[in-house]
Ligand binder design. Sequence first.
Ligand SMILES: Nc1ncnc2c1ncn2[C@@H]1O[C@H](COP(=O)(O)OP(=O)(O)OP(=O)(O)O)[C@@H](O)[C@H]1O
Length: 235
Amino acid sequence: MTLKIQNLCKSYENMKVFQNFHMEISENHITCILGPSGCGKTTLLNMISGIIQQDDGTFLGLEHKVISYLFQEPRLLDWKTVWGNIEFILKDIYQKEEREKIISKYIEMVGLKEFKDYYPPQLSGGMMQRVSIARAFAYPSDILLMDEPFKGLDIKIKESLFYAFIKLWNEDLRTVIFVTHDIEEALLLGDHVYVLGDIPVKIKKCFEISMPREKRSMEKETLKEIKKEIYKILK
Ligand SMILES: Nc1ncnc2c1ncn2[C@@H]1O[C@H](COP(=O)(O)OP(=O)(O)OP(=O)(O)O)[C@@H](O)[C@H]1O
């Protein structure tokens, strides 16, 4: 199944951000979206999630799908612990025993077992974002929307989160739509990489990256070539 975005239109006052926009997203794959600031990436995620309404157009294949949305900033509840933040969104979904198993599993997978009783203000930015990633995966969603989730983090934390994310995804495939400004991140992560541009926004190019994720590195010639091409499109 593919999520099909058809004839999407959205304007803010008199600025048309989307005008008859089409895009396809493959189920249980990672689709990365690159594009200049202000071209409409967050607006697109907000429309897919239903936070905002499109003026026109349809999202085929979205019916009855459950969506998790991972924002740029962690958005945790300061008065709940790491454990409590994840438990909060699962309490109406799973019985206690199953819930506890799931929470433990995800906290462990993002490497925060020792910090499960800490409150967000006691954690670093990277640790908080790890809690958000664990929370997004713990929630039984079909589609995971990620808006620059590693933005502003230092390179070491970013790398560890990046691999934690791939590990979580490999264990539990979801349809991921991942917005980023980082070309390398998109190439190392995505099955498809869309490059957007202009206003109203257009797809400038879509790259299919068939190389297995575990074999990818920016030393590979094919990825270097694609990076150059994307760079030229975005310049
Ligand atoms: N609520 C709003 N009211 C008016 N204009 C808006 C609103 N939200 C977004 N816009 C405008 O719509 C355009 C697309 O914004 P959007 O945040 O979707 O871009 P983006 O590609 O995610 O940008 P960035 O990469 O900087 O996060 C921008 O010109 C922005 O100023």
